[in-house]
Design a protein around this ligand. Structure first.
Ligand SMILES: Nc1ncnc2c1ncn2[C@@H]1O[C@H](COP(=O)(O)OP(=O)(O)OP(=O)(O)O)[C@@H](O)[C@H]1O
Ligand SMILES: Nc1ccn([C@@H]2O[C@H](COP(=O)(O)O)[C@@H](O)[C@H]2O)c(=O)n1
Length: 222
């Protein structure tokens, strides 16, 4: 069997990485890997164990008990830790607020990056789309298609606010800015590295963005 096509997509919070990657994977019959979900799962696990996410050594030790399973089927998506379904729990604000603290721990990054590479290499689908912050640059710099999915800060805030009507727009905007600022200290997902194609969705609707991403992937496969 030939090696799967690997597609790497990075971008800032709210740029559409998860929703667009999942839809593109469905269209192409590919697997879908949400790497942010893994960092969120570590954050959930750390809090669940009563560990302070700011204490690096304790976060690293918590990985010993981290029984992580993620689905890569875009039509049947779930995240489990130690057999508990945390698919929805990892989207809670209490997780989003601390995830950058665990994501900056080098041992956590190495542990998860190895796991991502293993999942990519062993997919039974003809290809896999992995999205996150450092997939084009660190996790899979040799991917067949590498995309930076961006949108203006204003567009990203508007989209995220629509998902969180219970929060004020100011609250949502400052949380998103703070997370991008913290994550930017670890990975560069605001500028495209050499060979990475930028798709700017600021003036595209959701369907147009999926078409643009699928178009880039198909162009790299032919
Ligand atoms: N081009 C677009 N036009 C309008 N809405 C969009 C577009 N792309 C994505 N969206 C919507 O924007 C919201 C944010 O998208 P999504 O959650 O996929 O972003 P993300 O980059 O994965 O964010 P995060 O990194 O914070 O998890 C979703 O509600 C999604 O449906
Ligand atoms: N490759 C990645 C992916 C994610 N992160 C960290 O996880 C957080 C959650 O990611 P979402 O895409 O689900 O919003 C993100 O804020 C980063 O802290 C990462 O470091 N590298």
């Amino acid at each position: 069997m030939s090696a799967p096509v690997v597609v790497a997509i990075d971008g800032p919070a709210g740029s559409g990485k998860s929703s667009v990657s999942k839809a593109a994977a469905r269209q192409l019959g590919f697997a879908y890997l949400d790497t942010g979900a893994a960092y969120r799962a570590v954050a959930w696990h750390v809090l669940n164990q009563g560990v302070d996410p700011a204490v690096e050594q304790a976060v690293v030790e918590s990985l010993d008990e981290f029984g992580y399973v993620i689905s890569t089927d875009p039509d049947d998506y779930y995240v489990h830790v130690n057999e508990q379904d945390i698919t929805d729990a990892i989207r809670e604000t209490r997780i989003t607020d601390v995830v950058s603290k665990v994501a900056k721990v080098p041992v956590v990054r190495q542990y998860l990056s190895d796991l991502f590479r293993h999942i990519m290499a062993t997919t039974d689908k003809p290809g896999i789309i992995a999205e996150g912050r450092d997939i084009t640059t660190v996790v899979a710099p040799d991917a067949q298609a590498r995309i930076l999915l961006t949108a203006s800060e204003e567009a990203r805030m508007t989209r995220r606010s629509a998902e969180l009507p219970q929060h004020s727009q100011d609250q949502t905007a400052s949380a998103l800015r703070a997370r991008d600022a913290a994550d930017s200290r670890v990975s560069d997902f605001m500028t495209a590295a050499d060979g990475v194609v930028t798709v700017d969705s600021t003036d595209l609707d959701y369907a147009q963005t999926i078409d643009a991403v699928v178009g880039v992937i198909r162009s790299r496969m032919s």
